[in-house]
Structures are given as structure tokens and as C-alpha cells.
Design a protein around this ligand. Sequence first.
Ligand code: SF4
Length: 308
Amino acid sequence: MIKKAIVLFSGGLDSRLTAKLLEKQGFEIHLVFVKLPFGGGCCNDIPCIINFAQTQGYYLHIIDATKGQKFKEYLELTKNPKYGRGKALNPCKDCKIFIFKQAKKEAKKLKIEVIATGEVIGQRPMSQMKEILLFDEKKAGLQNKILRPLSAKLLPETEYEKNGLVNREKLLSLHGRQRIEQIELAKKYKIKYPTPAGGCLLCEKDYAKKVKCLFDYKNPKYEETLFLKRGRMFKNNGLIFVGRDHKENIFIEEIAKKIKWNILVDEEISGPTVVYDQKQDKKLAKKLIIAYRDKDLENREEFEKFKV
Ligand code: SF4
């Protein structure tokens, strides 16, 4: 019988190594990537993830939490996390539990017993301490069922090690933030990996402020959360976003069209595009175009009170 394992895949080096270690133990590898609304893991570059799966001959399953019921669920846990937040708005425990539950469903669907992650004890002070790792798996209904091959020897035995499906002796005891051993292993197995980028926007304080303002105002659609990454944000009757350059102008205009927000484009001079959801903000939107078209910073001061 073919042994199969799900590896919760962030795109980064640790989850790449996790897949390789299990492949070396004879497992057929199924990478599961959960696409989160506010980013997460180390790599949000889907083509890069597809490329890794293809070059290694692994199966890839992408679970999209930016749509439908999964988006609603993720939004709810971001607004009202049961288990607190990290240094900004990041609801890490609730988020991990959500991700584990997705893996659990996928494992059931694919009839795969082993679920593994690339988590390393102590790599992130808040979310990867031993007690927290064990807490997350318990709350997801996966107690002793999350294998962490990179730190396995520092953790209690999982069911898979106990029943001999996984050889514990061949697993590792990595811990901490230094990644020297991981880099050596990547060389050994000839694994290419991206430099950490993207990551979770909820950990960024400025971004978190904007998310909070959006949440206080409404229950957003996914597309509305995309404005937060681009453009200056203002709040009056509703929300207003002002593009900072040509690329942003195009981006916010495209989204606004899709979700039927109001759009103001400066036709005469190449000024910013402004999008807003409440018609009553048209006057302010016009003024913002002029203020941000001119380079005179003094003109912008009166709008500071609306700025998020
Ligand atoms: S940093 Fe926390 S909230 Fe963000 S993706 Fe990771 S676990 Fe989730």
C-alpha cells in the first residue's frame, strides 16, 4: 500500500524540507496550501509553489480561503479571535486552528492519514512554542496527529510514530530561529527556496490599523480588503482610497469596477484615481484628487483628519 502524507505548505524552506524528509521515508507527498485573505506563511506566490510541486513530483492542493464560506469563517476569527492576538492584529492561534481544520478535511477527502507541518519549536516566539503547538492541534481535533518532522524529537510521539508508519529515528530535533541546519539540508537535497517575503499582513501595525477601520465600518468582501494594500486610505461617510502611482490607480480602479464602487479619474492631468463606496463622499473625493495631484504638501494637511 502506498503511504501518503499531507504537508501543510507555506512555500518556505521549512515546509519544503518537511516534504523531502517524508518523501525519503517513502511517502507520496500531497502539499496543501491554504490561501489566506491577509497573506500568511512565507510565500504567497502561487506560481512558485506550483513550480516546487512540479519539480519534486508532489501533488498540490490549494484551499482558497479568500472565497465563500471559508472567507466568512476566516473573517470572523480575525474579527473576534477566541484565543487572542499577537503583536498586531494577527490571531495566530485561531488562524492555525483554522488551517489545521482545513488540513483535516482534506485528509479525510483524500483518505490520507498523516498530516505534517514545517513548524520548528521556538522559531517564532509567540506561535511556535511547544505548548502553543500542542494547544493548536488539540483545539483542531488533531491531538497527536500533527507531525512536525523538523522538531519531532523534541515533541511527544505522534500516533504515526507510535504505530510505526513514520520512523521517529529519521526525524530531527531542530529548534530556534537560526536556520543554519535547514540551509545545510537544502543544499544536501538540492532544494531551492524563496527568501521570506510577503507573509502575514495582519502582523504589520500600519496595515492592522486599516483592517480595524474596515472591520469597524462593515463586514467586508474579500475584494475590499485588497484596497488596504494599495492606495492611501481615508474614512468619512464611507471609505475612500487614493492611488499613489499609475500601477495603484489601475489596481484600485479594477477592483472598484468589480464591486461597483464609485470611481473618480482625473481626466485632464495625470493625477490619482480615487475610489469610494458612499456617494455622499464625492465632494471629498474630488478635493482629494486635487490635493494629491499637486505636489504642495500644505494642500493635503486639511485631509489628515480623514486619513487612516
Ligand atoms: S502570522 Fe499568525 S495570523 Fe498570520 S498567517 Fe501566520 S498564524 Fe495566521
